[in-house]
Write a protein that binds this ligand. Structure first.
Ligand SMILES: *Cc1c(COP(=O)(O)O)cnc(C)c1O
Length: 481
């Protein structure tokens, strides 16, 4: 378990060679699993054997890992346009290797104060420079957006409800990520008290409807305490009217959370900052560096206007920690969230940010906005398609246009759209995903990966156009097979 210098080097090389090779081949790799369904079933059956008592061979084990990694959507590659892509910077992986090897304790500042300062610099940049929150703001790096929203929900609950949770009520829309309702449930809020505010025809939260709902609920004895807006919905990338909702939350005394897991980092771009006005007025914001900052999965963030609110909800200690010094200017991450022992999560963001410079991230995000506008223009020119929304961010939605306004025609369009998705993805050069928008089956093309450029998007458009052409020619019975 403790290899010598020479062995460490040999082992490191083995891993590095495989990783470099994989990363280098990403553009040529299939966008879906490169393993046949049969081989995939065999692999997933054979892999979970218990560990042996005797030592194994690193080369053999790495080969196993490579096989297992192949048996997956190629989420790191340029063709991944499904869900919200998370591409994973090579330099973040290098930073993380270093971080894991030195293994500094990340839960309490005094144990590794300079590492804590590095992490704090990343959080401060996210809170103040990216989101525009004032001095006094701060936050904590989480494992993802869901944990970030949970952390914010607990802080809001603590500040607004204290220990009487029974009547606490939360407001969001049908397009909120499901982690909002889940966070409320985990925070002890009744499911019936997570209220769905109606949206306007452009899929944004209706502030007037929200105001009416909050007032009616309060009149009925509920305690409205949290308004959750989305800055870039997962379905369509739509941004709720943040300034109006901030004003409403302020007037009604609600905590204002913005789920900017997808959209937040677009504030680095000119277009993004124009569309994300109102972000600086939030009490708390969810960010997902493992989406729009191209970090490896497991990197989320919650930033808050007043760091004391996070502290008030999450502080905790034990006698065994009596020697740790908590008088640092940098707060212990363990007092800002649910975790105690953890890695210094900020290292994996700090290294790429300083190595590439913020402009590299800004330009990459700008490119995604350009590509989405390009996709929107191209798809809007296809007569068979409905392309209902101008994208706020980098997601374009589309579906077959129904023949008429009847229900059967809508169902037929849904069916054809579902088959279109299968046929596009069968090329294995790009992967798109689907959702339902106001009941209609809808495809979404989401550009987020730092590896997706114009060439792959043009290829995707060509595939879509080809499949629409052949879909029009192929009779229904054959399209179904
Ligand atoms: C992805 C996403 C989440 C959930 O974040 P995880 O990192 O997957 O936990 C929450 N909200 C929005 C808008 C998202 O796109």
């Amino acid at each position: 378990m403790e290899p010598d210098r020479a062995a460490m080097t040999v082992m490191g090389r083995l891993v590095l060679d495989r990783v470099v090779d994989r990363t280098d081949r990403l553009p040529d790799r299939p966008a879906t699993s490169s393993v046949s369904p049969d081989a995939e079933a065999e692999l997933t059956r054979s892999l979970p054997a218990p560990p042996p008592a005797h030592a194994g061979d690193l080369g053999t084990l790495l080969a196993r890992l490579d096989e297992a990694a192949d048996c997956a959507l190629e989420t790191a590659g340029p063709g991944h346009l499904a869900y919200i892509p998370g591409s994973g910077l090579y330099t973040a992986a290098l930073a993380e290797f270093y971080n894991r090897a030195v293994n500094r304790y990340g839960g309490i500042t005094s144990v590794a104060p300079a590492f804590a300062a590095i992490e704090e610099s990343v959080i401060r940049w996210m809170a103040q420079d990216v989101c525009g929150l004032p001095t006094g703001s701060g936050g904590v790096l989480t494992s993802g957006g869901s944990m970030a929203t949970f952390t914010a929900t607990v802080a809001a609950r603590q500040q607004k409800l204290g220990e009487e949770l029974g009547d606490g009520t939360v407001y969001t829309t049908a397009f909120a990520h499901h982690s909002v309702a889940k966070a409320a449930r985990l925070a002890g809020i009744r499911a019936a008290h997570v209220r769905t505010v109606p949206h306007t025809s452009d899929l944004r939260m209706d502030p007037d409807a929200a105001a009416a709902m909050i007032r009616a609920d309060r009149h009925a004895g509920r305690r409205p305490f949290l308004l959750v807006a989305t800055a870039g919905t997962t379905d369509t990338g739509t941004i709720d009217p943040l300034p109006e909702l901030a004003a409403l939350a302020h007037d009604e005394g609600l905590w204002f959370h913005i789920d900017a897991a997808y959209g937040g980092f677009f504030r680095l771009t000119t277009r993004g900052s124009q569309r994300l006005t109102g972000l600086p007025e939030a009490d708390s914001i969810t960010l997902d560096p493992h989406k729009t900052l191209f970090m490896p999965f497991g990197t989320g963030a919650v930033v808050v206007r007043d760091i004391a609110a996070l502290h008030a909800a999450h502080t905790g200690t034990g006698d065994y920690l009596q020697d740790s010094d908590s008088t640092n200017a940098i707060p212990d991450s363990s007092h800002l969230g649910a975790e105690l022992t953890r890695e210094t999560r900020g290292i994996r963001a700090w290294l790429p940010l300083h190595l590439h410079g913020v402009d590299a991230f800004r330009n990459a995000l700008d490119e995604k906005l350009d590509l989405a506008e390009h996709v929107h223009r191209a798809l809007s020119g296809i007569a068979e398609l409905e392309v209902p929304l101008q994208p706020d961010l980098s997601t374009v939605i589309f579906r077959y246009r129904p023949a008429d306004a009847s229900e059967p025609a809508a169902e037929e369009a849904d069916r054809r759209t579902r088959h279109l998705l299968e046929r596009i993805n069968a090329h294995r050069r790009v992967v798109l995903s689907s959702t339902r928008i106001d009941g209609r089956y809808t495809l979404r093309l989401c550009v987020v990966s730092h590896r997706t450029h114009h060439d792959r998007i043009d290829e995707a458009l060509k595939i879509i156009a080809t499949e629409i052409r052949s879909g029009t020619e192929v009779p229904t019975s054959r399209a179904r097979s």
